[in-house]
Design a protein around this ligand. Structure first.
Ligand code: TYD
Length: 205
């Protein structure tokens, strides 16, 4: 029998090192027999990828940014995430609504009550079954980002912005301790992977 459909999201400040571990989680779940779909936000559909370009590169105010990330999310949920879960697949999503609370709420200081309202409109009661939060100090993440490609609008922000984003994630994790698992992402890659594998094992996934 196939494992049940699960919705797993991956979060953290830019430079936390999510990407390689998402691939590893996909391989592990596939070898356990799951059908796995990997996707990302903002993005994941033709329309949402167009919105991503704007969100990452066009200047705009915080409300516009929040509306666009939720617009992209709505399309992504309807076109990709909900149908995959309905087919019994496991969906791995690189960022989801916790990122909006962290970046637009924490980073930009936008009203989290408005974000909570948008969250309710866009995905009601649907929440990830598990969120892996890669947590590390803003300055460690900044050092890792320096080696990476050309920065987008978010990656160009200063250390204070990323400290606020980190606090935004912390607040979400405190409010949903069973869903959000904090991983110490400042450790070497193997140690990070062991924590993720432990989180999956403890759920017998
Ligand atoms: P990211 O996922 O880090 O992609 P890449 O690895 O290609 O840089 O980039 C997405 C950016 O979008 C990231 O800086 C966070 C931002 N973002 C928000 O501000 N709000 C959101 O709701 C989401 C999903 C992402």
């Amino acid at each position: 029998m196939n494992p049940p459909a699960r919705f797993i999201t991956f979060e953290g400040i830019d430079g936390a090192g999510k990407s390689t571990h998402i691939d590893a989680v996909a391989s592990q779940l596939r070898s356990a027999g799951a059908q796995v779909l990997c996707t990302r936000e903002p993005g994941g559909t033709e329309l949402a990828e167009k919105l991503r370009e704007l969100i990452l590169h066009a200047p705009m105010d915080a409300l516009t940014e929040a509306l666009l990330v939720f617009a992209a999310r709505r399309d992504h949920l309807q076109q990709v995430i909900a149908p995959a879960l309905a087919r019994g697949e496991t969906v791995l999503c690189d960022r989801f609504t916790d990122a909006t609370f962290a970046y637009q709420g924490g980073g930009r200081g936008f009203d989290v009550a408005v974000l909570a309202q948008l969250e309710q409109w866009v995905h009601g009661e649907l929440q990830p079954d598990l969120t892996i939060w890669f947590d590390l100090p803003a300055e460690t993440a900044a050092a890792r980002r320096e080696a990476a490609r050309t920065p987008d609008r978010f990656e160009r922000e200063d250390a204070g912005f990323f400290e606020r984003v980190r606090s935004g994630y912390q607040a979400r994790a405190q409010a949903a301790p069973h869903r959000i698992v904090r991983i110490d992402a400042a450790l070497p890659r193997d140690a990070v992977w062991r924590q993720i594998a432990g989180a999956l094992e403890s759920r017998q996934w």
